[in-house]
Write a protein that binds this ligand. Structure first.
Ligand code: FES
Length: 122
């Protein structure tokens, strides 16, 4: 009977604090077809992090002109660099207010959870 209890005892799977902490520091990126949760890196753009992780994030220029890397940041925008002059000249004010950024210009400056998806105009 005691033997049976050993193998039927329910084990609770609660995340330990380390696992929970790691989950809070994940960047979820969605390209055209590929979506991944990746480890954040500081001082790297969302575009570069996506490309480094083989996510099919669209881009053409990487300097803020084409807007192919345009993305919607669902959360974690406070962990990104401020909207820069290239983004202000390429995106509408309303787009910026709505949470759109240029993936090649938005740099990760703090660790934490970020979720962004590439949303090109066409
Ligand atoms: S890749 Fe052209 S604006 Fe970002």
């Amino acid at each position: 009977m005691k033997f049976q209890r050993l193998f039927t005892k329910k084990v609770k799977h609660t995340p330990n604090s380390k696992q929970k902490n790691e989950d809070e520091h994940v960047v979820e990126l969605k390209g055209k077809f590929i979506e991944k949760s990746v480890k954040p890196e500081l001082n790297i753009s969302l575009l570069d992090l996506a490309l480094k992780n083989n996510i099919d994030w669209q881009f053409a220029c990487t300097n803020g002109n084409c807007a192919r890397c345009r993305c919607f940041v669902q959360y974690g925008s406070e962990l990104l660099s401020d909207v820069n002059s290239m983004e202000k000249s390429r995106l509408d004010i309303q787009e910026i207010k709505d949470g759109y950024r240029l993936g090649c210009q938005a740099m990760i400056i703090k660790n934490g959870a970020i979720k962004a998806r590439n949303k090109t105009y066409f």
